[in-house]
Design a protein around this ligand. Structure first.
Ligand code: SAH
Length: 210
């Protein structure tokens, strides 16, 4: 099954990730293995490994492979972490994360995408993933604190709940800014306050409150 599209997947890793500075070998291995074509519509499967985002329905998109690699690398996961993801979408980023940490808790607000991710992740046999349909800006108190938070939708401000639900020393990666003009930011929670590091300019679908 995952042998299908193996060559385009390897080419994606070599040409889109390695050449642009994705060096974490665990991230490269995960993205060499997760069958991205299984997370998009059958009609788009042959485009799944191209250097772009793709529509997944409901006006949402699966992120460009490089962005998935970059955001994941910024979390610097070692394997023991519990990670909160906001914006499950089709579940591709969730699948990549699930290979790199202990457990992923992922929230999607659109019911049809939530269901689709559940189906996709089951088909790809990812057992260490918990999915929830709801407003991710409230986080997931029941399972907090998290070692890391990855936000796959762009917004202006980090919601309070996420700050509370992150471990001391934990990191949160999010596209921050106005619509169409985001920049990737890595926040680190230290002594009750935040440090911020700025990375690539990017464009994400908006983080919707409520
Ligand atoms: N990583 C996903 C990208 C999905 S696009 C993938 O690989 O497919 C971002 C997703 O964030 C969209 O599905 C959108 O519905 C969702 N989203 C936006 N605001 C949200 C919120 N407040 N809570 C949960 N999900 C949200």
């Amino acid at each position: 099954m995952s042998l299908a599209f193996e060559r385009p997947r390897r080419r994606m890793v070599a040409e889109q990730l390695v050449t642009r500075g994705i060096t974490d070998s665990r991230v490269l291995d995960a993205m060499s293995t997760v069958p991205r074509h299984m997370f998009v519509d059958v009609a788009l499967a042959s485009h799944a490994y191209q250097d772009s985002s793709l529509p997944i329905g409901e006006g949402q998109t699966i992120s460009q492979p490089y962005m998935v690699g970059k955001m994941t690398q910024l979390l610097a996961l070692k394997g023991h972490e519990r990670v909160l993801e906001i914006g499950t979408g089709c579940g591709y980023q969730t699948a990549v994360l699930s290979r790199l940490c202990r457990r992923v808790y992922s929230i999607e607000r659109i019911p049809s995408l939530h269901e689709r991710a559940r189906h996709n992740l089951r088909a790809a046999r990812h057992a260490n993933v918990m999915l929830k349909c709801g407003d991710g800006t409230e986080g997931w108190d029941e399972y907090a604190p998290f070692d890391a938070i990855l936000v796959a939708a762009g917004g202006g401000k980090v919601p309070e709940a996420w700050l509370h639900q992150l471990c001391e020393g934990g990191v949160l990666v999010m596209p921050v800014g106005r619509q169409g003009e985001h920049v990737l930011v890595r926040f680190r929670k230290l002594g009750g306050t935040w440090s911020e590091e700025y990375f690539d300019a990017c464009t994400f679908v908006p983080l919707v409150h409520g």
